[in-house]
Design a protein around this ligand. Structure first.
Ligand SMILES: Cc1cc2nc3c(=O)[nH]c(=O)nc-3n(C[C@H](O)[C@H](O)[C@H](O)COP(=O)(O)OP(=O)(O)OC[C@H]3O[C@@H](n4cnc5c(N)ncnc54)[C@H](O)[C@@H]3O)c2cc1C
Length: 511
């Protein structure tokens, strides 16, 4: 029987040895990528021992490693070097973790058993922009902001604009099945990626040729998009691009209640409007946006704000703005000054979490998908349940990925500074409460951050038999379990540690 999570011993990183790579393996890696591109000093490995999983940052803040120290870091410069690294790993039984920029927030790159990190950022060229097809070929390790800037310079955009664009790679977007700020109009990364190339766990190449659509069995592309590194290394992507919009206009509406705001967002997309940006904030998040230098006049308590942006040919953007205005007005929405829109534009790629983490708060975010019929209840019950755990936990939410059938509810929680053991237990209960309520109310436990290691615990309930399919595929592609073991709810490697919903089990407790 499983030990109850709450009673597991605290994770003591000092007890986990810094396992070094065998000198012959190090030498063989250096022969492939060059001396300078294999890092084996403890300080260098330490820098790769975490991603942006908040729980991992709490551990580091308290002087502990969140998981284990990687055995080494290797950075191939090309797909061919990567293939040689993977083949070597197969021969020597080395475990590897694909690493983009480490901005993932679910622990997808955490080494659970001293794996070798494979940093893909040197594989970073923009290969070809096809102005007739409206596509771009790009290598997976290219930085997101550099990629979008290069497209902008030529008058194009890939329209995948995550808040983390400056700190993530294009390959990481696809691997995590992410969503950007223009998703309501342009879709998520799976809608934007039309072709890809990957190195499979045994070193074979997989190519999905870029075409608008195909009907040849299940989508192979979609096995890789969202695979978080467990099915191999994405090395190249072909993305759909559009010309930069000729006209962009932002608008802000205030609604008397959250229910009215949600109905307005639903009404716009169900009337076939597709604003470039749609963001509705709950009462808590609206209050902070309505006040101050960038605020609005006459904000009433309980009023909620929505930011809309319309973009494209002027005639289209103006028609959509008029449609949205009518829908908002029908829900009692009033148009207010555009201060909150301008402020959002200026800060849209900033990260707020570090200021809280460094001051001892326990900040985290949980994004889920809910159907419209359940979203008002989801918000109310989740807020209530979090406050029932402890009244002074900050809870705020917004909806910024909007679909005709439902939306992503993105929740920010902050636990005030407190005794660490108490905070970690409470943090875990907050997560468990939100994920279970989401499942109970008919939602999906993850909209765009992925599973990593932190959501493993709830994946069986989310996927049911689907999780067995993922494991069968993993076993077939990677029989030695060499590539990113223990992630996306899949079996861990023997002797590896396990992190479940924020409570690590002891080393050796492999599933
Ligand atoms: C402040 C902040 C804001 C964020 N905002 C957003 C947002 O708006 N939208 C959003 O979707 N996400 C967001 N994220 C989450 C994160 O940035 C994304 O998931 C991003 O796509 C991860 O990219 P990365 O290159 O940093 O990947 P990493 O963190 O390096 O890796 C993430 C996972 O993908 C795997 N992986 C990475 N590259 C490859 C590859 N080439 N081939 C195979 N597997 C690979 C890794 O093994 C790991 O499992 C945010 C994170 C932060 C910290």
């Amino acid at each position: 029987m499983d030990t109850p999570v709450e009673s597991r011993p605290p994770h003591d990183a000092a007890a986990i040895p810094a396992r070094d790579l065998d000198p012959a393996a190090l030498q063989a890696l250096r022969a492939i990528v060059g001396e300078a591109h294999v890092l084996d000093a403890v300080a260098e490995r330490y820098a790769y021992a975490r991603d942006r999983l908040p729980w991992a940052l709490y551990q580091l803040r308290a002087g502990r490693l969140p998981a284990t120290l990687p055995a080494a870091v290797v950075a191939p410069a090309s797909r061919d070097e990567l293939v040689r690294v993977v083949r070597l790993a197969n021969r020597l039984g080395l475990r590897l973790i694909p690493f983009g920029a480490g901005s993932g927030v679910l622990g997808g790159t955490l080494p659970l058993g001293h794996e070798v990190i494979v940093d893909l950022k040197r594989i970073n060229q923009l290969l070809e922009l096809n102005e007739i097809d409206g596509t771009v070929r790009v290598q997976a390790g290219m930085n997101g902001a550099q990629f979008e800037d290069a497209l902008h310079a030529r008058g194009w955009s890939a329209n995948h604009l995550p808040q983390s664009i400056r700190m993530s790679t294009v390959g990481g977007w696809a691997a995590c099945r992410g969503a950007g700020q223009a998703s309501s109009r342009h879709g998520k990364i799976e809608d934007i990626v039309i072709g890809l190339e990957a190195v499979l766990p045994d070193g074979r190449l997989l190519t999905v040729r870029p075409v608008a659509r195909r009907s040849v069995g299940p989508s192979i592309k979609d096995l890789l998009v969202g695979s978080e590194g467990v099915y191999g290394f994405i090395t190249e992507l072909t993305l759909r691009i559009t010309r930069r919009p000729a006209h962009v206009q932002g608008r802000v509406y205030a609604f008397p209640t959250l229910a009215a705001g949600l109905d307005a967002m639903r009404g716009i997309v169900q009337a076939e409007g597709r604003p470039n940006v749609m963001r509705l904030y709950d009462e808590v998040e609206s209050a902070s946006r309505a006040q101050g230098e960038h605020g609005i006049d006459g904000h009433a308590p309980g009023e909620v704000l929505a930011i809309l942006e319309f973009a494209g040919p002027r005639v289209l953007a103006e028609a959509e703005a008029a449609l949205a205005h009518d829908v908002c007005a029908a829900q009692g929405g009033r148009r207010v000054g555009d201060g909150p829109y301008r402020h959002w534009q200026q800060t849209r790629y900033d990260s707020y979490s570090i200021q809280w983490q460094t001051r001892g708060w326990y900040m985290d975010t949980v994004e889920i998908t809910g159907p419209w019929s359940a979203l008002p209840r989801m918000h109310a019950r989740m807020r209530e349940a979090v406050h029932a755990l402890r009244a002074d936990i900050h809870f705020g939410a917004h909806w910024s990925h909007i679909y005709p059938e439902g939306a992503c509810q993105y929740m920010t929680m902050r636990l005030p500074p407190m005794d660490e053991a108490q905070a970690l237990a409470l943090h875990r209960r907050v997560w468990d409460t939100l994920q279970r309520l989401c499942l109970e109310l008919g939602g999906s436990i993850a909209h765009h951050h992925g599973v990593g290691v932190f959501r493993n615990e709830w994946l069986r309930e989310e996927l049911g038999t689907g999780l067995d399919l993922l494991q069968i595929l993993k076993d077939g592609l990677d029989p030695q379990n060499l590539i990113n073991p223990g992630k996306v709810g899949l079996r861990g490697a023997p002797g590896a540690i396990e992190i479940r919903g924020g409570m690590p089990a002891a080393q050796g407790d492999a599933r």
